[in-house]
Design a binder for this molecule. Structure first.
Ligand code: DGY
Length: 320
């Protein structure tokens, strides 16, 4: 009988994923519901052949340098990989995998929820009901911004951006996007491509951020960018928190430059700028874009597919 490869799981993963992991591998798992500290990752990965991590586990150059030579593959339970220093990991000859495609629909669904939740004041209206402050139907209370038929500007037309665009077309929205290159996606032939960010922002009655976090996109949506939006725009971020400058967003929400914001991700999460909590025109979620049972199982299975292929000498099917 061949020896099972040793895998460190830095988090608790869904049951269906763990069942398959334990069946095929010799598993060391973080017993806690909290992320592992870098020291623990270094210590517990000694003698491991591979690691399954998630976006809370920061593989910076220091941690990567301290990893045991035994570690040959890291697969992250996420499509985003801004928490992984790819150069440092590859420099050590460690294979890398992620989980593209399977979370596209769930994340696009949450983006539409944020667009509607923010623009229709779902948070403050719902709170009023729960507090007992809903006294009567009123012609002038709980008014939001109309979404159907508006211009939706998508920053980053990858898989998730395209899925957001397709959904938004169901709301008769006119799709505009900025991307490194024009895309030829089916069903989006009438979308308007903007090669310059400024030209996209000028059209953005709704702005949806769907690009990865990179050094180029860090704080890309800052005060100057927000000033280029039409007055009363709605901002939605379901990608990564640090793409927006929170102070600039909060100021714009206070001044009315932004009518509302729907945010599923935050700089420094799970901590976040508490200035958002004083605002009624925000719809806030705790990074649940991919949080459905179905999607999280599929993400785990993609990680397992990456491990299975690697340990049977095949190319990693979802390489970074
Ligand atoms: C990802 O996969 O990058 C997501 O942010 C997790 O939901």
């Amino acid at each position: 009988m061949t020896k099972k490869a040793k895998i460190l799981a830095t988090r608790q993963f869904p049951k269906n994923v763990l069942d398959r992991l334990y069946q095929d591998y010799d598993v060391t798992i973080n017993p806690s519901l909290n992320p592992m500290s870098p020291e623990d990752v270094i210590e517990k990965s000694k003698g491991m052949d591979g690691i399954i991590c998630d976006p809370t586990c920061l593989f910076d150059p220091e941690l990567v340098a301290a990893l045991d030579d035994s570690v040959k593959i890291i697969t992250t339970f996420s499509v985003g990989y801004d928490h992984l220093n790819v150069d440092a990991i590859k420099g050590r000859g460690i294979a890398l995998g992620n989980t593209p495609d399977v979370l596209t629909d769930a994340t696009a669904d949450i983006t539409l929820l944020c667009m509607l939740g923010a623009s229709r004041m779902a948070y403050s209206a719902g709170q009023a009901l729960r507090r007992g402050d809903w006294k009567s139907w009123s012609p002038i209370e709980f008014l939001g911004t109309h979404m159907s038929g508006k211009k939706l500007a998508i920053l980053g037309m990858g898989r998730i951006g395209e899925a957001v665009a397709r959904r938004a077309k169901g709301f008769d929205m006119q799709i505009h996007y900025h991307n490194r290159r024009q895309v030829e996606a089916r069903g989006l032939e009438d979308a308007t491509y903007h090669s310059e960010l400024g030209s996209l922002l000028a059209e953005a009655e709704f702005l949806s951020i769907n690009c990865p976090l990179t050094p180029n996109t860090h704080h890309l949506i800052n005060e100057a960018a927000i000033n280029q939006l039409p007055d009363g725009a709605v901002l939605v971020n379901t990608a990564r928190g640090p793409i927006v400058d929170d102070s600039a967003v909060i100021n714009a929400l206070k001044s009315g430059k932004l009518a509302a914001a729907g945010l599923d991700v935050f700089e420094g999460e799970p901590d976040f700028n508490k200035g958002y909590l004083d605002l009624k025109n925000v719809f806030l979620l705790p990074h649940i874009g991919s949080a459905t049972h179905e999607t999280r199982d599929q993400m785990g299975f993609k990680c397992l597919d990456n491990l299975d292929a690697f340990f049977s000498g095949q190319p990693v099917p979802n390489p970074i």
